[in-house]
Write a new protein. Structure first.
Length: 151
């Protein structure tokens, strides 16, 4: 009686190339993780101080616009509690807000959005979405006001 066992399967060129492509993809993926792990993390730049005004020139209730190096506009506002700087862009749809001295609020005329002196939403779509104005940190040194801006 003869044994009818099939001969061992040989690998085709297509199979070999598929296997090599799979191994290459695994090596590239694994290598990228190792490479990222071994690289030092980029240093986070400390914010730079930017002179924005004098306290003595900004009476309580007054507000003025200044631009950060990035080009973003900020409203520098002096309240009874101190001085604050909020981005002039409404978080709802990007309209420009302005300070209303008598109402002691920031107001967005596009959809009736309002924010209190601390930038918290008090009316309109920003209140519905609970999205405050973006604040920029300030430092007061003597009479000088500095904004801490990212570089």
């Amino acid at each position: 009686m003869t044994d009818h066992t099939p001969p061992p399967a040989s690998t085709s060129r297509r199979g070999l190339l598929s296997m090599l492509a799979g191994l290459g993809a695994c090596a590239a993926t694994g290598g990228s993780f190792v490479f990222r792990y071994l690289l030092p993390k980029p240093a986070v730049a400390e914010p730079q101080r930017m002179y924005v005004g004098q306290l003595s020139e900004l009476p309580v209730g007054a507000s003025r616009l200044f631009r950060a190096p990035s080009g973003e506009g900020y409203l520098l506002t002096r309240t009874v509690d101190g001085v604050v700087a909020f981005n002039e862009t409404c978080p709802h749809l990007g309209c420009k807000v302005h300070w209303q001295r008598d109402e002691r609020q920031f107001f967005c005329p596009c959809h009736g959005g309002a924010f209190d002196a601390e930038g918290r939403p008090t009316a309109g779509p920003p209140k519905d979405e609970d999205t405050p104005l973006a604040e920029l940190e300030l430092a007061v040194v003597g009479d000088a006001i500095y904004a801490l801006v990212p570089v």
